[in-house]
Design a binder for this molecule. Sequence first.
Ligand code: GAR
Length: 198
Amino acid sequence: MTKIAVLVSGGGTNLQALIDAEKSGVLKSGTLSLVIANKADAYALTRAQNAGIETAVVLKKECGSAEAFEQRIVDLLESHDIDIIVLAGFMVILSEQFTARYPRRIINVHPSLIPSFCGEGFYGLRVHEAALQYGVKVTGATVHFVNEIPDGGEIIMQKAVAIRPTDTPETLQKRVMRLAEWKILPAAVEKVSKEYVK
Ligand code: GAR
C-alpha cells in the first residue's frame, strides 16, 4: 500500500475529500499516513485528528531558514516511509532542492485550468478574483505533479466549471471546490498511488 502524506496550510477541505475517499473506497491503493501543517491553527489538523491520522506542525520561523524548514519536512517524510506527497492548500513554494528529491511523487491541486491563472502569486481566492477580472467564462481545477516551476509540472487531471454572471470570488471558489477539486484530487491520488512502484 502506497503511503501518502498531505501538506496543508488552512481549512483542509481537500484533505477532507481525501479522507472521505479513503473511507468510501475511492482511494484504495494508498493510505493517508501523515498530515503536515505549516500553521499551528490550520483547521486541517483537526480534520486529520478526527480521522485518526498522525499530524505534525512545522513552522518556518521556528526552523530559522527555508532550508531548515524543508529539511524538517523531509525528515518527517522519511521517518514515516512516505511514498507520495499531496499538497492540498499548502501555501508554500517548495525549492528545487526539495522537488528534485521526489520526481512524480508530489501532487498539487490548483483552483484554475492551468496554464491560466497560475504560478507565483496565484493562490486561494486570488485565483478566482483574477479569473473573474479577466472575464473568462469557464474555469476549473487542475491536479498536477510538482516540479521546480510553480504550477508547471505535468498535468494529471483537469475539470472545467462554468462561471455564472452573478459569481463572486467566494461563490466561484466554493463551486470550483465542490464540482472539481474534491472530485479530481482523490481520483488523481488514487491513480498515482495505483501506478506507484516502490
Ligand atoms: C484550494 O482551493 C486549493 O486549490 C488552493 O487553496 C485552497 C485550499 O483549500 N490551493 C492553491 O491555491 C495552491 N496554489 P482547502 O484548505 O480547503 O483544501
